[in-house]
Each structure stands twice: as C-alpha cells, then as structure tokens.
Ligand binder design. Structure first.
Ligand code: NAD
Length: 431
C-alpha cells in the first residue's frame, strides 16, 4: 500500500463533499494527518546483536475524541500506509458515532522472523518510543495485521510501567486477564453480520435462497462465513491465499474451519467428530471466486482485490467490504454501471473498533459486561448506523459508500463547528 491508497481514500471523500455543508477550512484540515511520528526502535536480539526497527504512529484527526487505531507488524508498513489507515479510522469512528478520532501505528518487519522474546522486546521498545504520544485520553492502540491480544498485553504493561500506574485504557484488544472485553475476538465478523442482516431484507433477499462467496478465511472471513451459514445463507465458496473451493449446494463451514485449524489448509470437507470426508466441489482461484455467479460477494482478505482490470468480471449483485479497501476507486464506476451494490468497509468492518470502544468504556468504569450485553450493544450500533446511511443513500440517490462518508463528514463538521472560532484567530493556527 502506498500514496495511491491515501489518494484513493481521498477520492471517495471528494465525492461526498458536495453533499455536506462543512467549511472549507475543515475540509482542508481533513486532507492531512494532524501528527505523524516516526521512530527507530533498538532491539537486543537473541544472539546478542543490536537491530534497529522503523516504527510509526499517526494521529490523523482528534476532533471527536482521542485517536483510535491498531498497530500493524508487516514488511510493507510505511508512513504512507499508516497515514492512509489512520485516515480510514477517522471516518470509521465517525460513521459509528464513537467518541474517537482516527489513528494507526506500525512497525516495518516480518514478525515471523523474530522469536517470541524478540517480539516482546520490540513491542515494549515501540511503546518506550511513542509513550509521550499516546494515552487513554490521547491515542488508544489496538491489534491489527500480525498483532494480537498477547502483543497488546505487553504494550499495556509497558505503558503502565513508564507511567507508574496501571493504565488499561491505553490499549484495546488485550487479553481478558488484563482488562480485555468479552466478544472482542469475533466482533468484526459479528458487526458485519448485523449490518448484512439489516440490509438484505430491503432487497427481499432471504436465506436459504441467498448464495454467498467469501474471499479470505481468516479471523474475520471464516467467522463471518460460519455466522451466515448458521443463519441459513448458502455459503458456496471460500478461499485463502492458496486458492478457494466452490460447491453449488453449499459448503459445511464449521467442518472447513475444523479442518483448517488442524491442517492450515482449506478443503471442501464434511466432518463427523474428528473424521472429515471430502465432499463434491470445484477448486477455484481467487480471481475465479471473485467472478462467481452468486448473490453476495464478501472480500475479507486484502486491499485492492477488485480493480479496473477485473471489475467487469464481477457477477455478484451485492458486495460487502469486510477487508479494508478491497475495491480500488477506479472500479467504483464500473461496478455502479453494472448496478452492483457496494456496502463500504468503513461501515461493514467497524464492529471491531466498536467493541474496542466498549472495552475502553469498561476499563474506565471498572464494570465489565457479559457477552450478551456486548453483542446487544454492538447490534444496536451497527443497525442504527446502517439504517441512517441507508436513508442518506436513498434521500440523496447516492451510493452507500458516498452516503457513509457524508454521514461521517456531517459528524466531523458538527464537532469542528462546536469548537467555536478560536482556531481561526489564534495565529491562524488550526489546533
Ligand atoms: P487474517 O490474516 O486473519 O486473514 C486473512 C485471510 O486472507 C487469510 O485466510 C489469508 O489466507 C487470506 N488471504 C491472504 N492473501 C490472500 C489473497 N491474495 N487472496 C485471498 N485470500 C488471501 O486477517 P483478518 O483479521 O481476518 O483481516 C482480514 C481483512 O479484514 C483485512 O483487510 C483487515 O484489515 C480487515 N479487518 C480486520 C479486522 C479485525 O478485527 N481482524 C477489523 C477491521 C478490518
């Protein structure tokens, strides 16, 4: 990911601007990240050598509250990528009406090449480097690609050591034993499921006639595929980085998850106990999966999967973006011309940050909720915002993605206006 993703994200923002009465000053402000921190992190490796890693933390905007966003460990992490992801977080938090701005962080590395001890030293070193830049009221961290609850626990502990008091609210997605929230693990898939269930009846789509293909069988895609299958939808195709499987009659998702957990691969199987038998299916490539004749397509893997090159091949009538940025902006018009409905990432995958918000609330109140409470509150938020964006889309006759940006921009504009005129006068400085 590079500049082009930030530019892509900006294109979508541009499309929404003509529908909102937000000041030009505010728009100008939102074109740039507010703070970008770049750090080098020295780590003592297991063999005694010293290695320096490059890390970043970007707070794109904090008009509506402290920054909020994950930390990614990946070889492709760059300042550009982190800025783009922080931009998305700003709009995602505003779409869900969470009292947060947008932020993101990352370290450029292949985490698979480090031992667990090296990874812990690196994670603690990252917090040492950015400690003055974050905090429960300033900027709150969370897991992202190749970071998890264990890493979040180390980060929270390090921040607490530096500040000499326990500070669970600085990080979400922590282990339950360190103040994590129940329901955080499956929250993104659960949130997407609630949004899908709110939308499909508007088009008269009901299980079991509705067919679904899911690209990406990871933490979100696999869980969502299972939720949909359990609700009666016919999940006919799934894939991972190695390729996919398709069965017109539908796949047994719990069996495939069981097989994948045991073998790391995807196979079309039906399992009884620990015995899994292969069922009739076709092997498909990821490109073939995207082009299947299904009702619903769910990209849940990586960014830029549907582009100007392959958008014409898409036959699904509804696309729910579970991955961040799976559709390049160049493909938008092609999909629109084909009357394909796209439900955008900043709404559909916002369940994770919503339950992160719940975790932060629980940490600050010291009162912890049950799984039923968490899911009920998540459903309420996802359905409310989905309905509001749907209404905007209908009233203005604009795509759901543009409607989501309009919804977020209205909230950001309102918060900027509520701050009064100080920014205009203080040395011309916008704080
Ligand atoms: P994951 O790493 O658990 O799963 C990713 C899946 O995609 C894996 O099955 C992998 O094999 C597959 N994949 C990788 N390359 C692929 C390719 N070229 N073609 C097809 N499949 C491929 O990640 P995840 O947490 O499930 O996240 C998936 C997407 O959802 C990402 O875009 C992520 O940013 C987004 N997202 C995740 C969360 C969350 O809570 N985990 C929240 C918001 C958004």
């Amino acid at each position: 990911m590079s500049d082009s993703l930030l530019a892509d994200a900006g294109t979508r923002l541009q499309a929404a601007m003509k529908y909102v009465s937000i000041s030009e000053d505010a728009i100008e402000r939102l074109k740039y990240p507010k703070f970008s921190l770049s750090v080098s992190i020295p780590v003592r490796m297991d063999d005694g050598s010293l290695k320096i890693f490059q890390g970043y933390r970007v707070r794109y905007d904090d008009t509506r509250g402290p920054g909020k966003g994950g930390v990614r460990y990946h070889p492709n992490v760059s300042l550009d990528e982190v800025q783009s992801l922080a931009f998305w977080m700003t709009f995602k938090c505003a779409v869900l009406n969470l009292p947060f701005g947008g932020a993101k962080g990352g370290i450029t590395l292949n985490p698979k090449t480090l031992s667990k001890l090296e990874l812990e030293r690196l994670s603690r070193g990252y917090i040492d480097a950015i400690a003055d830049f974050i905090g429960p009221d300033v900027d709150i961290l969370a897991p992202d690609v190749y970071t998890n609850a264990m890493v979040m626990g180390w980060m929270m502990d390090q921040y607490s050591i530096i500040n000499r008091h326990i500070s669970p609210g600085v990080v979400t997605g922590k282990p339950l034993a360190m103040g994590g929230s129940v329901g955080r693990d499956g929250a993104t898939a659960m949130g997407a499921f609630f949004a899908i269930e709110a939308i499909l009846p508007k088009f008269g789509l009901m299980p079991p006639q509705t067919t679904v293909a899911v690209q990406g069988f990871g933490k979100v895609g696999a869980v969502l595929a299972e939720l949909l299958a359990k609700a009666g939808y016919k999940v006919v195709a799934v894939s991972d980085s190695q390729g996919g499987i398709y069965a017109r009659k539908g796949l047994d998702i719990p069996s495939i998850r069981q097989y994948k957990a045991a073998s790391q691969g995807i196979k079309a199987v039906y399992c009884e106990g620990s015995v899994c038998n292969i069922v009739e299916h076709e092997v498909v490539t990821n490109q073939e999966l995207l082009a299947l004749d299904v009702d619903i397509l769910i990209p849940a893997a990586l960014e830029n999967q549907i582009t100007e090159e392959n958008a014409n091949n898409i036959k699904a009538k509804y696309i729910f973006e579970v991955a961040n940025g799976p559709i390049a902006s160049g493909a938008d018009r092609i999909l629109e011309a084909k009357d394909i409905w796209v439900f955008p990432d900043i709404l559909i995958n916002a369940g994770g940050v919503t339950v992160s918000y719940f975790e932060w609330v629980q940490n600050r109140s010291g009162l912890y909720w049950t799984l039923e409470e968490v899911n009920q509150r998540l459903k309420q938020k996802m359905v409310t915002e989905t309905e509001q964006i749907w209404s905007i889309s209908q009233e203005l006759a604009i795509p759901m993605r543009t409607a989501a940006y309009v919804h977020a921009l209205n909230r950001l504009g309102e918060a900027l206006n509520a701050k009064g005129t100080r920014d205009y006068y203080v040395n011309g400085r916008v704080s």
